[in-house]
Design a protein around this ligand. Structure first.
Ligand SMILES: [Zn+2]
Ligand SMILES: [Zn+2]
Length: 206
């Protein structure tokens, strides 16, 4: 049986308590949550499991913030895969509140997180691998927050609609066309609404 350790990923606003479980350190330095893997790499254990209890309230993709409606705990498994190499895997599910791409109405968007990463600490790791890994690897430490964030970013559906045939908002007056037809001439949008159009474009009409 692999050793299980508990990792509490909470909002970065909160102080993270110091955990030392078994041979693996789980600690918070300021607002960064790291698991020190150096000892695991050199001992005789084949794998460890990390139970990630998340209290993530919002997810940011760098452009927008999304409310996290549900993020049940998930388990990450770290297995040795050769000299200074690890495989990191885990499955989870998350529900975010995401605005409809067309009408901006909040939509409950549930999607799977399927982490399957190879981590190479050896000196022969090529530059490409390092470039991919450096975001959630800091020295011999695994940054759980960053790993989860990247996974949400990768897994979040590109397209979110409240319904397949959502009619969206009128680009001239902003009326929700699912509710009523406003009668605007939409072939030549009012230039005064250009700010509104920019907001719409940010949500990438699909
Ligand atoms: Zn919609
Ligand atoms: Zn209109």
């Amino acid at each position: 049986m692999p050793v299980r350790i508990i990792a509490n990923c909470v909002s970065k606003l909160y102080y993270i308590p110091y955990f030392v479980v078994g041979f693996t350190h789980w600690h918070g330095i300021g607002d960064v949550m790291l698991i020190d893997l150096q000892k695991f790499l050199s001992d005789d254990k084949d794998s460890i499991e990390i139970e990630v209890n998340t209290d993530l309230k919002t997810f940011s993709d760098g452009f927008s913030d999304y409310e996290v409606l549900s993020f049940p705990k998930m388990t990450l498994k770290l297995s040795k895969a050769g000299d200074k190499r690890l495989a990191c895997s885990g499955k989870g599910v998350i529900t975010l509140s995401v605005p409809c791409d067309r009408c901006l109405k909040p939509v409950e968007s549930t999607f799977d997180l399927d982490i399957d990463e190879k981590i190479n600490f050896s000196e022969d790791a090529n530059e490409d691998e390092n470039a991919v890994e450096k975001d959630y690897i800091d020295g011999y430490c695994l940054n759980i927050d960053e790993l989860i964030n990247i996974e949400i970013l990768i897994s979040k559906p590109v397209k979110t609609l409240c319904k397949e045939d959502c009619k969206g908002l009128c680009p001239v007056c902003g009326t929700d066309l699912n509710v009523r037809e406003c009668g605007c001439d939409r072939s030549s949008p009012d230039p005064r609404m250009s700010v509104f159009k920019d907001i719409l474009n940010n949500f990438k009409e699909v």
